[in-house]
Write a protein that binds this ligand. Structure first.
Ligand SMILES: Cc1cc2nc3c(=O)[nH]c(=O)nc-3n(C[C@H](O)[C@H](O)[C@H](O)COP(=O)(O)OP(=O)(O)OC[C@H]3O[C@@H](n4cnc5c(N)ncnc54)[C@H](O)[C@@H]3O)c2cc1C
Length: 457
């Protein structure tokens, strides 16, 4: 059994763990860093380009974001955008497609119009489009057989809308971390943290063939983070509800990302259509939202981990009961169950996709096999509520746990900035604030809003 030491050990080779590795390596004086990932490559799960919608969420078209929340999300997403544009400089990794928020029918048109008026100061590049304006940019959205579709239409269009291959960004963070001078940066793949033990001067993390001692540990293990936390006695007030998302492919019918107005009661975007950086000749529609009792979509062995961190009791039952009593949510759940069924699924999904492309036919759609991820939505048991966004457990005792539903990829660097500050203050290390600000044009430390309200989609 190999033994090693490091200052900070990060568990999880997705975008959350690697963005922190990058920040600690480049902007602190912490000398030795280690990251472990249980699979044999980086970004195997939710951060992989196939398993999320590749959207840089900035707050303009996400109808469940208030103006205040959008201001925070915009700044947070700016960090990711800056890294990808300045360092990776590759339009197969980050591309400006433009994005639209589409309103269909009188109510949604009113909502979109009001949102444009309220948000245009924060997002000076957004434009309000009428049906003809939409047709000029995205004819398949506004036209049927060459004529404007019957329903009233309006859209917010932002030419500054980006798609990001978060898997490649994940790899970019590691590559940049490794370039940091005077640092030991170790990345161990195929290395699963099996057990974490508190010791006098930090933590010991046991893996199959090595034990790593670290002064500080950060668990950024996606849907697994809560399970790991609870095994150590943290987060008993939380329960995880894994919501998988799948996609359908259609031939290329859109040039831009087209989102629709979403249900405010739900922490998920309504179905949208997106260009796919990994499949340029197609348009990807989705994601669906189906609650499944696993922590990884295609890994039945993770069902047991789900059972443990689902933490079912009267409080969880009460939250689920409240949700299912709501007619909109009830219908949403059943609709999404239907989307995943063979034969019927495609036909049922077609109705949702036709809101965006009215002339779409069932034979245009093909289930995107293998394109699927899990959003670990959290239930706060004592308060008996579904949390709408990410969560963090940081009790200033040398260990942090990150739970990262959508849009966790967009906000990973912002979240890592918060962790960097906490780690530096707990270990007595120094942050190169000037270097951070020079590169990102953002302060190295900011007041974070309530994590539960930090954002979701
Ligand atoms: C359908 C869908 C659509 C989405 N769309 C968007 C979007 O458009 N924009 C956006 O910003 N976000 C989106 N998200 C959210 C985003 O994908 C996630 O929030 C983000 O990828 C989470 O990154 P992560 O590193 O925290 O988790 P993950 O990418 O899940 O990484 C966690 C890593 O930890 C590893 N791990 C787990 N346990 C252990 C262990 N014991 N030891 C070692 N390693 C371990 C796992 O193997 C994994 O590699 C979407 C998510 C889904 C599911």
């Amino acid at each position: 059994m190999e033994r090693s030491n490091c200052d900070v050990l990060i568990i999880g080779g997705g975008i959350s763990g690697t963005s922190l590795l990058y920040l600690l390596a480049r902007y602190t004086d912490i000398k030795s860093l280690c990251l472990i990932e249980k699979y044999d490559h980086l970004d195997p799960l939710n951060s992989n380009a196939h398993n999320n919608s590749q959207t840089l969420h900035e707050g303009d078209i996400e109808t469940n974001y208030s103006l205040e929340k959008a201001a925070h999300v915009k700044a947070a997403s700016g960090l990711t955008k800056t890294f990808a544009l300045k360092v990776l400089k590759d339009d197969t990794i980050i591309r400006r497609y433009g994005k639209m928020l589409l309103g269909v029918g009188d109510d949604e048109v009113a909502k979109v119009t009001k949102r444009h008026a309220e948000f245009k100061e924060l997002f000076p590049t957004i434009e309000l489009l009428d049906a003809q304006g939409i047709a000029d940019l995205e004819p398949n959205v506004a036209l049927v057989d060459g004529s404007l579709r019957e329903e009233p239409l309006a859209a917010i269009f932002n030419p500054e809308g980006y798609a990001v291959d978060y898997g490649k960004v994940t790899e970019g963070y590691v590559a940049e971390a490794r370039k940091a001078e005077g640092k030991d940066v170790d990345v161990h793949l195929s290395t699963e943290a099996k057990h974490i033990k508190k010791v006098d001067d930090g933590y010991e993390v046991e893996c199959k063939d090595r034990t790593i001692h670290a002064r500080f540990v950060v668990v950024s293990a996606g849907a697994h983070s809560l399970l790991i936390a609870q095994k150590m006695g943290y987060g008993d007030n939380l329960s995880v509800m894994p919501v998988t998302g799948s996609f359908y492919f259609a031939p290329k019918v859109l040039d831009r990302k087209v989102y629709t107005v979403q249900n405010d009661k739900l922490p998920f975007a309504a179905i949208h259509g997106d260009p796919d950086l990994t499949a340029p000749d197609k348009t990807r529609f989705g994601p669906t939202a189906l609650v499944l009792p696993v922590l990884e979509r295609h890994n039945a062995k993770t069902a047991w981990g789900f059972m443990e961190s689902f933490n079912f009791d009267d409080d969880v039952a009460a939250v689920l009961w409240e949700l299912m009593k709501d007619k909109d949510i009830h219908n949403f759940v059943y609709r999404n169950l239907g989307y995943e069924l063979p034969y019927y699924g495609k036909r049922s999904f077609l109705k949702a996709a036709q809101k965006i492309i009215p002339s779409m036919k069932a034979h245009d759609l093909e289930f995107a096999k293998g394109y699927t991820g899990i959003r670990p939505q959290l239930i706060e048991k004592k308060e008996r509520r579904l949390m709408m966004g990410a969560a963090k457990i940081d009790q200033s005792d040398g260990i942090i746990f990150n739970m990262t539903p959508s849009p966790g990829a967009t906000s990973a660097l912002d979240n890592a900035r918060e962790d960097m500050n906490s780690i530096a203050s707990q270990l007595g290390s120094t942050i190169d604030s000037a270097g951070f600000t020079e590169f990102f044009d953002e302060p190295a430390s900011v007041e974070q809003p309530e994590m539960t309200g930090a954002g979701h989609l």
